[in-house]
Design a protein around this ligand. Structure first.
Ligand SMILES: [Zn+2]
Length: 258
């Protein structure tokens, strides 16, 4: 078991996440897909919340490693890990990937990027969190003391960093969308993590009630995050609210092969 969040992923409640939750984003995705696209591969399609809707217009195949998630996918589907997809080269006009790359360990990320580049004939459409600071939702496992991001985001991407993963592609379009979320300044977070107890790191209003159960990706201990107010953490949060901007939560880029 690596820290690749296998148990975390398999335990995800797929019914809790529906197409309706992200209908605005799905509409944007439709708008971004170029007119000459007919076939799409959705890498890391999860429960098909996006895949099933895109199938209304496109010939789409979903890939995911979770059997549980794939039960909800109504299109062509393949159970496979994103870093080893059993399909021949250049099978699809566009390869799509939503909220996947931020979760992957360095080696898996590298191989997944290679698969995505290999499988597209022409376009890539990639969606990730928009230059977030994953330490903002940092939880310390009470059993093994491992610090991790609550939604298990490991990689940070802005438009530039995302484009450099695909050096043989040109960036055609970038969109920032979704709920406005406040960035957390790294130096303030460092102070918070250094001088305040882990129970004060995430105020309850940042983390919905149904998302407080968590599994440590290192030791797989499952527990409920419990918040306790700490004055210094409160002061740092207020300071951050003054100095850090809010920005749309998602970054979506469209790239075309050179
Ligand atoms: Zn642990």
């Amino acid at each position: 078991m690596t820290k690749d969040n296998i148990k975390v992923y398999e335990n995800f409640d797929w019914k809790s996440f529906t197409s309706a939750d992200i209908s605005d984003k799905i509409q944007l995705i439709f708008d971004l897909i170029p007119d000459d696209v007919k076939s799409i591969l959705d890498v890391g399609c999860g429960n098909g919340a996006i895949t099933n809707i895109l199938a209304e217009k496109y010939d789409i195949t979903g890939v995911d490693r979770s059997k549980e998630a794939l039960k909800f996918v109504k299109t062509n589907k393949i159970q496979a890990s994103a870093d080893a997809i059993p399909l021949p080269d250049k099978q699809f006009d566009l390869v799509f990937s939503s909220e996947l790359l931020e979760h992957l360990e360095a080696e898996t990320l590298k191989k997944t990027v290679e698969e995505i580049r290999r499988l597209t004939k022409k376009y890539l459409l990639i969606s990730v969190p928009n230059d977030e600071n994953p330490d903002k939702l940092s939880i310390r496992c009470p059993k093994c003391n491992f610090d991790y991001n609550r939604p298990n985001h490991i990689n940070i991407f802005d438009e530039h960093k995302l484009a450099t993963l695909f050096p043989d592609f040109n960036l055609i379009k970038t969109i920032q969308t979704g709920k406005n979320v406040r960035y957390y300044a790294p130096f303030l977070l460092k102070l918070k993590k250094r001088f305040t107890p882990p129970t004060s790191w995430i105020p309850y209003y940042w983390i919905a009630k149904d998302k407080r159960m968590t599994i440590c990706p290192s030791c797989e201990f499952e527990f409920e995050y419990t918040y306790k107010f700490h004055p210094l953490a409160g002061i740092l949060d207020i300071t951050n609210a003054i100095v850090s901007p809010k920005k749309p939560y998602w970054l979506i880029v469209l790239l075309q092969k050179e």
